[in-house]
Design a protein. Structure first.
Ligand code: SF4
Length: 348
């Protein structure tokens, strides 16, 4: 990762790696002193304040990323899923099982599966069954389109629903409540196909949730009302007032300016580190070319290798140095600020 430069009138310290070195800026004209960069030094912000960190209080949810391949390509997909992107490859059922073993020992409540589109991974139904058989609550994030609607996945799903009905929740991404904006985001015809999938799940008695987005042009209340009408028109069994059944995410645009999060921010903003997703969850990803999966702090940081915590949950709990301190995560990414601390986002 890059190094941050904290300038003082006489000297600037370059830190962010194990090696620390000083450069004398007294000889430089003021305009030539390099501006400090944000989100680079794990411990210090560009202004020289101590960066906030978050400790794992309890592993409530273990996310398993099934791979980034997806049947569609959305404009604002935070994980850049597409029919071509296999930056995160399919995890196997055996690899997932090792993490389920650890999660069982940690008394984890919930396993979340996310992609890409999980139903593209040929071993996904097996890992889903494995998680349910061990007694976990399971949350599946899907677009409910063709991959889920094929006969074989449907058969497996119906069987699992009959055996574990109250443990399995299917959360379908429906980016907007209008066909026009949804199709603009996800591709022509995707709204209709998603509605088919949601209706099939609802008619067959699955526990159902919908994940939408509040577009840049509407507030959450207006969005919730419009989704409520869509849910009612289609007769889906979803409570639009329940924030877990109708989850509305803000648009994620990383390009915008966002402040760094310091230890003082918790009191200033009156929020607690324990409210962050990384206080209660971890995610497992398998990178293309890697021999084995690794653990990362949350669903929002799947690609940045600086945030790799180790090959097992046990190793992740002890991750130290760089972005971590004895298992705690240093909030050195703009998503930490924009989406979590200031945006109030969470995936479960
Ligand atoms: S993006 Fe959010 S959940 Fe992930 S490490 Fe940063 S604060 Fe924690």
């Amino acid at each position: 990762m890059g190094a941050a430069i904290m300038a003082s009138p006489a000297a600037a310290t370059i830190s962010g790696t194990k090696n620390t070195l000083s450069i004398n800026t007294a000889a430089l004209p003021e305009a030539e002193i390099p501006a400090p960069a944000k989100f680079t030094d794990p411990d210090w912000t560009a202004k020289g304040e101590q960066r906030a960190k978050v400790w794992l209080t309890r592993l409530e949810t273990l996310w398993i990323n099934t791979g980034t391949l997806c049947n569609i390509e959305c404009k604002n997909c935070y994980i850049l899923s597409s029919p071509k992107n296999d930056a995160l490859v399919y995890i196997s059922a055996l690899e997932a099982a090792r993490f389920l073993d650890e999660a069982e020992a940690a008394l984890t409540r919930e396993i979340g599966f996310t992609g890409g589109e999980p139903f593209l991974n040929p071993e996904f139904p097996d890992m889903l069954e494995d998680a349910l058989s061990r007694g976990f609550e399971v949350l599946v994030l899907t677009n409910a389109m063709q991959p889920m609607q094929r006969p074989r996945p449907r058969e497996r799903l119906l069987d699992l629903k009959d055996r574990f009905a109250n443990k399995l929740t299917m959360r379908v991404s429906l980016d907007h409540h209008t066909r026009q904006l949804h199709d603009e985001e996800r591709g022509e015809g995707s709204f209709g196909k998603a509605l088919e999938g949601i209706s099939w799940l609802s008619e067959n008695g699955f526990r159902l949730a919908i994940a939408g987005r509040t577009s840049l042009y509407e507030c959450e209340d207006a969005g919730r009302e419009a989704y409520r009408a869509l849910i009612s028109d289609n007769g889906w069994d979803v409570d639009a007032d329940d924030v877990k059944q109708l989850v509305l995410f803000p648009e994620m645009t990383s390009a915008e300016e966002t402040p760094e999060i310091t230890t003082a921010c918790w009191d200033i903003l009156d929020i607690r580190p324990s409210e962050m997703m990384c206080a209660t969850s971890r995610m497992v990803v398998k990178r293309r070319g890697a021999d084995a999966p690794v653990v990362v702090p949350c669903t929002l940081l799947p690609f940045d290798e600086a945030f790799e915590m180790g090959p097992t949950l046990a190793a992740a709990a002890l991750a130290d140095g760089g972005m971590f301190e004895r298992g705690a995560v240093k909030l050195c990414h703009r998503h930490c600020s924009k989406f979590c601390v200031l945006g109030g986002g969470s995936c479960s």
